[in-house]
Design a protein around this ligand. Structure first.
Ligand SMILES: CC(C)(COP(=O)(O)OP(=O)(O)OC[C@H]1O[C@@H](n2cnc3c(N)ncnc32)[C@H](O)[C@@H]1OP(=O)(O)O)[C@@H](O)C(=O)NCCC(=O)NCCS
Length: 140
């Protein structure tokens, strides 16, 4: 996971950061495994705060991107929230992160706001997206 972080993020989480999250009772990890070797293909981390889920991280190994793994992890996250009876899921994403924005919008997240200079290294605004489990995708 540290290697994927270094590939994908300008301010990657290190081992200590992941270890702290593993000890955080609010935090949940979903991990996608690439067969047959069983290597980590990607992961998703979120916090459960009562009826609200905060998506903090989703990352897919670069050579395994564009194969539907991110979308499947996000679907699993939403299935989990729905099965827990949650009301909504929220996330922030860099304004320039076109791939993630397309993924969230394809998965029926709705743009609900912006946070000025939310990110550092480099400084950038965040878009705030919400998924409403009471609405959700058509047909749910
Ligand atoms: C964003 C990310 C998780 C997508 O994972 P992925 O497994 O490559 O995505 P999928 O193959 O499941 O694609 C699902 C949809 O996302 C969108 N998408 C994914 N990568 C894209 C890209 N490079 N450009 C445009 N749209 C993209 C598309 O809408 C795609 O649907 P389509 O294939 O029908 O067009 C991956 O690019 C990643 O790890 N990025 C770096 C980390 C990151 O930015 N995380 C999000 C912020 S925390």
């Amino acid at each position: 996971m540290e290697a994927i972080e270094r590939q994908q993020f300008s301010n990657p989480w290190n081992r200590d950061y992941f270890a702290a999250e593993l000890g955080n009772r609010l935090a949940h990890f979903h991990v996608a495994v690439a067969l047959p070797a069983g290597e980590i293909a990607g992961y998703l981390l979120f916090w459960r705060l009562g009826g609200e889920l905060e998506l903090h991280k989703i990352a897919i190994r670069r050579d395994l991107q564009r194969r539907g793994v991110g979308e499947r992890l996000l679907e699993h996250f939403l299935e989990t929230g729905r099965s827990w009876g949650c009301q909504r899921a929220v996330l922030e994403v860099r304004e320039s992160n076109a791939a993630a924005i397309r993924l969230y919008e394809k998965s029926f997240f709705r743009l609900v706001g912006r946070r000025k200079d939310y990110y550092c290294r480099p400084s950038e605004d965040a878009r705030v997206y919400e998924f409403d489990f009471r609405g959700g995708e058509p047909g749910s």
